[in-house]
Design a binder for this molecule. Sequence first.
Ligand SMILES: Nc1nc2c(ncn2[C@@H]2O[C@H](COP(=O)(O)OP(=O)(O)OP(=O)(O)O)[C@@H](O)[C@H]2O)c(=O)[nH]1
Length: 310
Amino acid sequence: MSSTPEVEFRSGFACFVGRPNAGKSTLTNALVGQKIVITSSKPQTTRHAVRGIVHRPDAQLILVDTPGLHKPRTLLGERLNDVVKTTWAEVDVIAVCLPASDKIGPGDRFLVGEAAKVAKTPKVAVATKSDLVTPDRMVEHLAEIAALGESVGIEWASVVPVSAVDGFQVDIVADELVKLLPSGVPLYPDGDVTDEPEEILVGELIREAALEGVRDELPHSIAVTIDEMGLREGRPEDKPLLDIYANIYLERDSQKGIVIGHKGARLREVGANARRQIEALLGTPVYLDLHVKIAKNWQTDAKHLRKLGF
Ligand SMILES: Nc1nc2c(ncn2[C@@H]2O[C@H](COP(=O)(O)OP(=O)(O)OP(=O)(O)O)[C@@H](O)[C@H]2O)c(=O)[nH]1
């Protein structure tokens, strides 16, 4: 018999966990090869469990991007933590992201301790942002990761240094995760990169644009809703235009000025940036209508949270 042995196809779910800013969203995008999750230098940017889908000849790897787990201080914080825990219990492998550029701290220890409680799920440690450190620092970081695992009773299935920014070892991360998936058939059609509805992605791109350049507590106060989204009627087929009506919600009147800017200059810039990103994502020219509204203290108000989709 000279036939080559069939490679077993694997499919399943993995999630990245890590403290805010650990590089989870950037790594998700790098693995999927397309921007599907917004990233920013503000901690706690990610609020939805977005799935990215990695298609390979031997596997389909579905990535679930979760918010950073942290000690909750608001109702929003509690909801976010619930999302994280539910996700952990459902996936085939948990990948813990620990940025090499930072010392392992109490935040990481808390998180890894929580992950250890999901005992049955295999865990991979990913040493993110390798481009920011020297090889010596990376060696030290890897030793810290090993010690961290031991201290909470996690046996890492593997430990992989990666840089999502320059692409270093991104495919190795995929290999290590794929190894831990069950054998199975593809779960999504070829070519799909996410199952997140377009409206959610569009809302996230607007939120990302609005986050650009704002500081302090304001980032956490920004939420975006899409009121209406649809192709404008009566346009020639080769010149479609997608109308999008969206609201940016803030918690306080005093925040309005920051987001809108002098004579609306900043809001126009936010709109222009978001529109460019949306057009790149959807491949259609976009008319974007943006309004800024106040939902008083929405992070701690159950009714507002529901309305804003949490
Ligand atoms: N130099 C470098 N920077 C990175 C890398 N990965 C992520 N970053 C930066 O780190 C910041 C946070 O990255 P994110 O991917 O948004 O982090 P996250 O873990 O998803 O953050 P949350 O959404 O807050 O949980 C951004 O400014 C990224 O550009 C990397 O490999 N190298």
